[in-house]
Design a protein around this ligand. Structure first.
Ligand SMILES: Nc1ncnc2c1ncn2[C@@H]1O[C@H](COP(=O)(O)OP(=O)(O)OP(=O)(O)O)[C@@H](O)[C@H]1O
Ligand SMILES: [Mg+2]
Length: 279
């Protein structure tokens, strides 16, 4: 089985009649990092909430590792699919940070010793073990996000679904979060995250899915984000590096790659276009 997730013709309307998803069909490969991109209101959160069954499918089918997401399998699905909410206040409701991070592992029926070990490891990994006894509502946004991600790590789910994992974080903390999620991917986990940040998706995704008005416009490798007409249709900007290098043969996806190209091409830096092949 090649796919972590298969979605077929998924449609969803909220109780007030707002139609948020229209016929989503998508397959996501295992052990990949997929960015779900789209403007505000394009349906990213609604789609992510279907993956672990928080929102039950009204029409269409979702399968996680070949198992349909439905009431009958919900316990197994919740163990396989961990969800990081965009707003950590939706995730943290215990009286202590420890209690919150322990909630998932306890629900999985793990023994007290294993739960404590997992919780402390997760808190250490996100650097907030000293906050274990604090009530979550007393924390800063960045600390709450750390506590929420610790809860995800402690569950050790095979698929990690993260809704705007980096929003509201300073660049250094966002970088630490990316390292943590990269470690998880190296351990064989599958990551799906939503974002509006085209630069992030361009540099930090194996696959991208571009949404607009509850539909998928396109999905494939991050090269798609260099397609000006597609990005225009999605009401998204080109990634900065794609814009900068759009008239050249170079296709750097990270600042490091761009700076290597520029330092190896002094003429490019000086603006001597004739000395470089601009095909
Ligand atoms: N509880 C709700 N009741 C009614 N409509 C909703 C509800 N939640 C979201 N919607 C609508 O569903 C559509 C998709 O919203 P969704 O939150 O999935 O978008 P999003 O891509 O996650 O946006 P953002 O980038 O702002 O987080 C929007 O039109 C939104 O107004
Ligand atoms: Mg959202």
């Amino acid at each position: 089985m090649k796919y972590a997730l298969e979605i077929e013709n998924l449609c969803y309307a909220y109780p007030d009649g707002t139609r948020a998803l229209h016929g989503i069909t998508l397959k996501l490969k295992k052990e990949k990092k997929t960015a779900l991109l789209g403007t505000n209101g394009s349906g990213k959160t609604t789609l992510l909430y279907h993956i672990n069954g928080i929102i039950p499918a009204q029409e269409g089918l979702i399968k996680v590792k070949d198992c349909p997401v439905c009431k009958e399998h919900i316990r197994w699905i919740r163990q396989e699919v961990g969800l990081l909410f965009d707003n950590p206040d939706n995730q943290l409701f215990s009286t202590t940070v420890f209690g919150d991070v322990a909630f998932g592992p306890r629900n999985m029926g793990l023994g007290a010793g294993t739960v404590e070990k997992r919780v402390m490891q997760a808190l250490q990994r996100v650097g907030i073990e000293e906050l274990a006894g604090r009530p979550p509502y007393c924390l800063s946004l960045g600390q709450k996000k750390r506590a929420a991600i610790a809860g995800l790590l402690a569950m050790q789910p095979e698929i990690m679904v993260c809704d705007e994992p980096f929003s509201g974080l300073d660049p250094a903390v966002a970088g630490q979060f990316r390292d943590i999620l990269d470690e998880q991917k190296k351990q064989g986990r599958t990551l799906i995250y939503s974002t509006h940040d085209v630069d992030l998706a361009y540099s930090w995704a194996d696959e991208v899915v571009i949404m607009k008005e509850g539909q998928i416009l396109e999905n494939g490798t991050p090269d798609l984000l260099r397609d000006e007409s597609l990005m225009h249709e999605a009401c998204l900007q080109l990634p900065m590096l794609a814009e900068l290098f759009k008239n050249s043969d170079f296709k750097p996806r990270t600042i490091e790659q761009a700076s290597r190209i520029l330092s190896g091409n002094e003429d490019l830096v000086k603006g001597n276009r004739s000395a470089v092949d601009w095909a």
